[in-house]
Design a protein around this ligand. Structure first.
Ligand SMILES: NC(=O)c1ccc[n+]([C@@H]2O[C@H](COP(=O)([O-])OP(=O)(O)OC[C@H]3O[C@@H](n4cnc5c(N)ncnc54)[C@H](OP(=O)(O)O)[C@@H]3O)[C@@H](O)[C@H]2O)c1
Length: 306
């Protein structure tokens, strides 16, 4: 399994990690899900991503089962949902999430979405870092403008080291104005939905992945994952419960595509025309209004129409 590093994180991170969205939703599946995560760690996928939002905290319980006796081998990422009304509530939520995982500390703690309350949320993360709850902190679904605003105001030594964003052959939006900058800043990109939630393998362009996979003697999913992690500082976090999928994903961490193969994929999955903007989570109308108001204000301030 290849590993990658970014300037401000001390750990070697496997380029393929593991997601947990939809885990914990069905009690009868919990053992199978935890076993899948353990198998993944065994095969070298040391980054596990979860969130308090997933199955209302029950995905974190699956993670707890999976990592209880292998905690030190895992780089655990958790995300706090930004509906907590302010700094104290966010700190309490993070501590509750930590208890559910039984992990003792988070390796990386993220705010799940940008909101008008982002300053309070980030300050809470900064305090959680100082308190030893999280070794590193970061954001998720922050587009370029939100990220530009995230750092000022935080203590200079706060290790804001990561952004978790959608990135796959079927969603290349961050390439337009953002990916290169993240790399320059040494910010870790955690590429979520790297298989397009599975749809990438069934979509109209899946034939290209199959064809290339046949030539290389690998699965189409492995071609897609190898493409996603072709740059330094990128970790893809596919979610897989099926053990065959877990094995395939882990093996994709050793696959390096040639310039010619990457170019074939570039042609088949053309670059986007619109930059990334976070989708709005399903909040109340008032929250959506406040979010849009803040986003527009920000766009005016930074001179880019949204
Ligand atoms: N920050 C955010 O807002 C955000 C949003 C979305 C996702 N995420 C994170 O990113 C993770 C991954 O994204 P995702 O769950 O949306 O989608 P994904 O990883 O792109 O796709 C998951 C689907 O692909 C299937 N799959 C996995 N490996 C496969 C393989 N080798 N061959 C064929 N099918 C395979 C899985 O099936 P089985 O499970 O049956 O194996 C599952 O149905 C999430 O679990 C979550 O941790 C974060």
């Amino acid at each position: 399994m290849r590993t990658t590093r970014v300037a401000r994180i001390d750990d070697d991170l496997a380029v393929i990690g593991q997601g947990t969205w939809h885990m914990g939703e069905r009690p009868e599946r919990r053992v199978r899900e935890a076993d899948a995560l353990r198998l993944g760690v065994e095969l070298g996928m040391n980054v596990i991503d979860t969130a308090e939002y997933y199955a209302a905290g029950r995905a974190e319980l699956v993670v707890a089962d999976a990592i209880a006796d292998i905690r030190a081998r895992v780089f655990l990422v958790d995300k706090i949902f930004p509906h907590h009304p302010g700094l104290e509530a966010t700190r309490r939520a993070a501590r509750a999430a930590l208890r559910r995982t039984g992990a003792g500390y988070f390796d990386l703690l993220l705010i799940h979405w940008p909101t008008p309350l982002f300053r309070a949320h980030l300050m809470a993360l900064s305090m959680l870092y100082v308190e030893g709850v999280a070794r590193y902190i970061g954001v998720s679904n922050f587009d370029r403008l939100w990220m530009v605003r995230a750092a000022p105001g935080l203590p200079a030594d706060t290790p804001m080291v990561a952004n978790q964003l959608p990135y796959s052959l079927s969603d290349r939006r961050i390439e337009l104005d953002f990916l290169a900058e993240l790399q320059q800043l040494g910010v870790l990109l955690l590429a979520y939905s790297p298989l397009g939630r599975g749809a990438l393998l069934r979509g109209r362009r899946a034939a290209v992945l199959s064809e290339l996979g046949r030539e290389l003697g690998v699965a189409p999913s492995q071609v897609a994952l190898a493409w996603t992690v072709r740059h330094r500082g990128v970790v893809a976090i596919p979610k897989a419960v099926d053990p065959a999928h877990v094995r395939e994903n882990a093996a994709a961490g050793d696959l390096v595509l040639t310039v010619e193969q990457l170019a074939r994929l570039d042609r088949a999955f053309p670059a986007p025309v619109k930059p990334y903007e976070p989708d709005l989570p399903p909040w109340t109308p008032l929250y959506r209004w406040a979010y849009q108001w803040e986003a527009q204000r920000m766009a005016r301030a930074y001179g880019r129409a949204r």
